[in-house]
Design a protein around this ligand. Structure first.
Ligand code: ZN
Ligand code: ZN
Length: 346
């Protein structure tokens, strides 16, 4: 019997021998697959359905059932040549690597990718958050030797308040301005459905009006058992109906003709970026709602400690600050500087 303990120490020290940042994305050599590749590849493992992670035209795609459904809805045929669904917690052996998807708590179907090879365990987080979200499975902590983390909000200035507090701000504004439409900019995948679920949880049971671009993913969430309450199309609705109503729209629609039809609108945006007052102001946002689907600074800091990994790789966002934070904890850490991840719209 080989001395497995030593083998583990040797290989745990060097996951970079088999998991490599490349211009196409993170590549697992023994398994011969990329995680969230930036260009079409033969074998892709996709963490979740956001456009900067789930790109078109990979030959073989492995992801959760929900992520595959989202990709098919958004990309049609281009979702991939063959699509292979994996449930959370299920494992698959690929060329000496055992791959397991575990919940990331980011959006419906979002997964962390756990890779085990020669006694070394790597977890690639994808995008994640730690707080509860009624629209998706909660983040699961997996201890590992190497943790590859996002850092979208990896600066101490980003501390997301409790969701209920932000929803209460919105409901308060509706009471103060009962004649005004409250038009909220939300990203179509995840944020839209989360805001709806949080409103319902807060007891708001009136119909919510949706911009056309948001309808299909809301229907998909409902098909997957996420109840969103009564929804109506905003396009056909009269000004009388929209007065005092909540209207959800993609952030891009807020500035254009579409939102000018609304009766005296209160413009809101639900995003972690709304923490930055200047950014809210520039975009003409009267009611900034700090609701994010990403870990804030405290969650990132806590997570890189709790996974107990000796080494941290930081993939996108404010990489340097989180790398420094990991160093302060006595961990090995590096910024991967992978291009192509745009969480501006989160
Ligand atoms: Zn994402
Ligand atoms: Zn991302």
């Amino acid at each position: 019997m080989a001395p497995t303990y030593e083998l583990r120490m040797l290989s745990a020290a060097s996951p970079q021998r088999w998991l490599k940042p490349t211009p196409k994305g993170l590549y697992c050599e023994p398994g011969d697959f990329f995680i969230d590749p930036l260009e079409p590849v033969d074998r892709a493992v996709i963490t979740h359905g956001h456009g900067d992670h789930a790109r078109a035209d990979n030959r073989h795609v492995l992801a959760t059932r929900e992520t595959l459904a989202i990709m098919k809805r958004r990309l049609g045929e281009a979702a991939g040549g063959t699509l292979q669904a994996m449930a959370y917690g299920q494992s698959l052996a690929l060329g000496g690597v055992t791959l397991t998807l575990i919940p990331a708590g980011h959006v419906l179907g979002s997964a962390q990718v756990m890779l085990e090879h020669q006694g070394c365990r790597v977890v690639v987080s994808g995008d994640y958050k730690r707080r509860a979200d009624p629209t998706c499975a909660a983040f699961e902590l997996a201890r590992c030797d190497l943790f590859v983390t996002e850092a979208t909000f990896g600066l101490p200035v980003f501390r997301h308040p409790p969701d209920e507090q932000e929803i209460a701000k919105l409901l308060h504004s509706l009471r103060v301005f009962p004649e005004r439409a409250h038009v909220i900019g939300v990203y179509a995948l995840g944020k839209c459905q989360r805001v709806l679920a949080l409103l319902r949880r807060a007891g708001y049971d009136a119909p919510v009006y949706l911009h056309g671009a948001l309808q299909s993913l809301c229907a998909l969430y409902e098909e997957h058992g996420v109840a969103l309450g009564p929804l109506r199309g905003a396009t056909g609705a009269s000004r009388e109906e929209l007065a005092g109503a909540i209207v959800l729209a993609p952030p891009s629609a807020l500035g254009d003709v579409w939102s000018r039809r609304m009766p005296d609108p209160v413009i809101a945006v639900a995003s972690g970026w709304m923490r930055v007052k200047q950014r809210a102001k520039q975009r003409g946002v009267e009611l900034p709602l700090v609701i994010s689907d990403h870990a804030d600074w405290d969650e990132l800091d806590r997570t890189i400690g709790e996974v107990e990994a000796g080494e941290i790789w930081v993939t996108h966002g404010a990489e340097e600050a989180l790398v420094r934070q990991a160093h302060l904890k006595g961990l090995k850490a590096r910024a991967l500087s992978l291009a192509g991840f745009e969480d501006e719209a989160e």
